[in-house]
Design a protein around this ligand. Sequence first.
Ligand code: ADP
Ligand code: MG
Length: 690
Amino acid sequence: MPLTRDTPLTDLPGVGPARGKKLEKLGLRTLGDALEHLPQRYEDRRECCALRDAPRDRPCCVSAMVAETPRVSYIRRGLSLVKVKAVDGTGTVYITFFNQDYIREAVRRGESYIFYGTVERQGNLFLMTNPVFEREGTARTTGLIMPVYPLTTGISNNLIAGLTRRAADSCLDGLPEILPAGLRREHKLCQTQFARKNIHYPADFEALAIARRRLVFEELFVLTCGLAQLKDRRAAGAGRVMEGDVEKFAALLPFPPTGAQRRAMEDMAADLRLGRAMNRLVQGDVGSGKTAVAAFGAWAAAKNGAQCALMVPTELLAEQHARTMEALLSPAGVRVGLLTGSVKGTEKKALLSALAAGEIDLVVGTHALFSQGVEYKELGLVIADEQHRFGVAQRGALAEKSGAVLPHILVMSATPIPRTLALIIYGDLDVSVMDELPPGRTPVDTFLVGEDKRARMYGFVRKQVSEGRQVYIVCPAVEENGGWEDGPGMDLKAVTAYAGELRERVFPELRVGFVHGRMKAREKEDVMGAFHRGELDVLVSTTVIEVGVDVPNASLMVIENAERFGLSQLHQLRGRVGRGKHKSYCVLVTASRSETARERLRALCATNDGFQIAEEDLRLRGPGDFFGKRQHGLPQLKVADFAADMELLKEAREAAQALVAADPELKRPAHRLLRKKVRELFQDNAELFN
Ligand code: ADP
Ligand code: MG
């Protein structure tokens, strides 16, 4: 049987059912899968040196003959050594293997081997420890650039390398080329066979770079083709025509809108007039005033006899937004409702029937807004606030739910998303950027302090309160078992215990409340309400207050164990203060001695520019952590690196847009395979393409 990409790995010698299971954990079932399993990094094992000439600072290969039968010695329980003495024409090397007794049998006196490792010197002696080795002449893992793969327990790199080698040797002929020839020429991309062979077994690093470039391009191209198609489809989708006069709406606001708010609203008004479904992203830093822009949308929808659903990530935020919207819009006759997971029983029934009857114009809520059993009479606009979590998939699902006339969609993002990532995640949206803060804001002064300054920090809290201000104190988590890995000397402030301590011992004279994510919604709301009304001086909380919470009188935020948060998250948190007319502060408390951690936090002290912080965060943590796992609902990328491959992303995206403009359904014969790939990539949200 010739090997093909469909050959199960368990058909290969050396892969039994047990290994097969383990390989499946890595997503490897067939030779084709092995071909797609890409190295994490490479080891340059090409250099071969005489012992005498071996470099001291990096590993190399040494060809040497074993001069004596290897000896094993047992040092103590769990520690054994195999010692091997080998010679080449220039010296003698003493090689030690720890806890690898089998080597005694595997290495024979009188035979020559290639050893790959760092050659150390002690006087005239050469030493090596735990080198990679293989018989001279049968070399498969030395004398080359060796791929290093992601592994799982029980699966060695050599095993996987063996599989990818088989795959590269036997399954590349006839591998179909999905990139059209013209495109490859124009963007100087190598052929698929070359790319797939050299990404595993590069002839040299230049070949590797060429291979990688092609694969990154291909991946980003397929992805952006899919996104371009989505955008196309939405643009073709009919939307309800709505008229909304920004000036008239502005009269309802307690403040004159900023230029940026005005522009975002005008962008929206223009979209709503077109008769096409709007798909707009409003991107603006914390505190730039996005709520007012959302209110404009809801108002316009109501004026035009349609309903608006405003979706937010937390109940806390839903409650707050409902209050704000009610205050702002009910004078204009807009009827506002609240729907979260904790609205239950008769209250919920009444709300649902009012929604279905069209007696509510604006409903604010969590994802409960789109759960089963929620019906709208005339849903005209969906607004997703604080939502990098409202990704392509959710928007697609929503489009599914509605009829021939799609609701308009407005996504508001407060986490400034690095441009690269925004292109991908929101690649199918039009964008309004709000690059201006309301007047009178002064930047939040941010300080980094160690445990030694704790008493002073508490003093500062008292001082703020004595001036009539309010204070947030944020801790990383509610007491959890094993939620965090505690480093040495780190004291994780469990919010409950800590709040108690603050209340009883540190600030007995102040009114201290606390909220965390595990509390009942009603309790949370009570505490938040009290803080909002100024009945509490200090609010101790977890990150439940991260997004959107708005208490302008709060002027100080203390963040405990600050090193445990991502930079963007800290910036979000910090955005809870400095929202009113008072000079505001953020104090980052850390006991961490790690210079990298402190460096990271200092970056936050140095700037208030959310975009700059986001870029830095992305650079430090990569896109996966930036959003949490797959929150953006997009397919996982295998080769491309958002931070490093920005230029190529732009190139691939432009090419994709041009191609989709010319052949929207990818129906041309030359695009058949590409079309298939796009579908495969988006298979988790296949409904988007039907
Ligand atoms: P975002 O959602 O963008 O973080 P918000 O909409 O919550 O910001 O607004 C932050 C604060 O600024 C709120 O207290 C809001 O009332 C106030 N605000 C918004 N726009 C203006 C404006 N044009 N002038 C003055 N204050 C404003
Ligand atoms: Mg907001």
